[in-house]
Design a protein around this ligand. Structure first.
Ligand code: F0G
Length: 463
């Protein structure tokens, strides 16, 4: 009897395309000129000169027809907009936090939380840093302490939960500086700078027990919380039958409060918020937002933006949506593997992180291998990624020296619902070509450096 053929069954996006935006094709000569003018910093390249934009998944998402319809329902009253109340209801329903303050984006919420919670001389432990998060903590007077598990700093380590906090590191810090000097533990999931790596529910529970024991608050950077929930469902024992919404709610239940850049999970182009179960923090934030953002019922947003966020919350917990989102990142990773291109394992939630240290082995870290690689890929094909290495890490505020992170990466980040599999193929083939020619690539020297978050605006010249 003939053997039955095993037929592969693929997944596909749970949506179809209704509106398209043409993109410009450029020549290599044009891109060489654009890269030079931008000081080899992909943040300074005009979007018009980019073919496939994998710079970030932040605010670059395609909204659904429901979200666009919601935009037409904007109630642009200065005070008490009905969209604010819709959004607040959904924050309560899905994140389980009773108190809520909208902000124009995530870092505005980080600014307020840092100002409210931190006193000069405090310490804020976190599972690896994020650029804006750490800067606001430092500006408020704290020293940031990385308490992520060691595996997170090793791009080859395949531990499925490299976003976990190392409880020993956290306990050591508490012993060393005392719980009174730690206003809160800052926990993100998945961890952006580690390669989009999630924490496990078990680790979160353990961290929460330790924090409670020492009366230290636990705050959540819930910017991509649904991606973390997806990984828990797929990889952690005992959670396979839970919905993304249930997992999100359970995760949030261990935190005192959270902040969100709505430009990610919520699939909008602008927005953020802070939510908490702590009445005192809420009262302070509600008052502070008036100074920096706008009235507490709009926080720097238009009514229509809040409506799109409210609808985005309902869409972000749909399993098929998040599976297709992470499925696209996985597809890119598996294709790159075929060419032997080294990148951070396991494949993370929002991006592929190319391992520039292993790709451009001949460049020392002070010649900015990741910055160089991002520029080379752009020149090759118009695919734009971003540096996540020594440039992003910035300078030590005490010594003024470069901080040299273990991870020297180029991030290829996937906007939600924007690109097709064919776009991914084009990007992969370009990266594979650059990888083939890697030995001829020369490094960069920094010629301009701003004081804060230098990676956004600094400039380089070719060596
Ligand atoms: N927290 C995380 C984990 C982030 O990834 C970001 C932004 C923020 C906070 C700040 O939010 O941009 O709305 O002010 N990440 C973007 C990125 C910029 O490209 O990863 P924001």
């Amino acid at each position: 009897m003939a053997k039955k053929k095993i037929i592969k069954r693929s997944w596909a996006e749970p949506f179809k395309i209704k509106v398209v935006e043409p993109i410009k094709m450029t020549t290599r000569t044009e891109r060489e000129k654009a890269a030079k003018e931008a000081g080899y910093n992909t943040f300074l390249i005009k979007s018009d000169d980019v073919y496939i934009d994998l710079l970030t998944d932040s605010g670059t998402n395609a909204m659904s027809d429901r979200q666009w319809a919601g935009m037409m329902m904007g109630d642009e009253a200065y005070a008490g907009s009905k969209n604010f109340y819709h959004l607040w209801d959904n924050v309560k329903k899905y994140y389980g936090m009773p108190h809520f303050v909208p902000t124009h984006q995530g870092r505005a919420a980080e600014h307020m939380i840092s100002k409210i919670m931190i006193k000069q001389g405090d310490y804020v432990p976190g599972n690896m840093y994020f650029t804006t998060t750490r800067l606001h903590q430092e500006l408020a007077g704290a020293t940031f302490v990385d308490v992520i598990v060691d595996e997170a700093h090793d791009p080859k380590n395949e531990n499925p939960f490299k976003g976990n906090i190392d409880l020993n590191k956290l306990e050591d810090l508490i012993k060393k500086v005392g719980a009174k000097k730690i206003p809160y533990v800052s926990m993100a999931g998945p961890v952006n700078m580690a390669g989009g790596q999630p924490f496990s529910m078990k680790n979160l529970k353990d961290v929460s027990v330790l924090c409670n024991k020492h009366k230290i608050k636990l705050w959540f950077d819930a910017t991509r919380a649904c991606e973390n929930a997806y990984f828990i469902k797929e990889k952690e024992k005992g959670y396979a039958n839970k919905t993304i919404a249930e997992l999100l709610k359970e995760m949030c239940s261990y935190y005192d409060g959270l902040w969100v850049s709505a430009k990610k999970d919520l699939m909008v182009n602008i927005g953020g918020f802070l939510a908490t179960r702590n009445k005192r923090v809420y009262e302070e934030a509600r008052n502070m937002v008036v100074v920096y953002e706008g009235l507490h019922t709009y926080g720097g947003l238009a009514g229509r933006d809040m409506e799109a966020m409210a609808i985005g919350i309902e869409e972000m917990v749909e399993y098929d949506n998040i599976r297709a989102r992470i499925g696209q990142v996985e597809y890119c990773g598996h294709e790159l593997e075929k060419y032997g291109v080294p990148f951070v394992k396991p494949i993370g939630g929002h991006a592929i992180f190319l391992d520039a240290k292993r790709i451009l082995k001949h460049l020392p870290q002070n010649q900015f291998p990741a910055q160089t690689l991002a520029a080379e890929i752009y020149v090759d094909s118009g695919v734009r990624g971003m540096e996540r290495g020594v440039v992003s890490a910035g300078r030590d505020p005490e010594t003024g020296d470069h901080r040299y992170p273990n991870l020297e990466l180029v991030r290829l980040t996937f906007p939600r619902r924007v690109y097709t599999q064919a776009h991914i193929d084009v990007a992969v083939e370009s990266i594979a070509s650059v990888y083939e020619n890697r030995k001829n690539v020369k490094g960069l020297k920094m010629v301009y450096e701003p004081k804060y978050l230098r990676f956004f605006q600094c400039k380089f010249e070719k060596l």
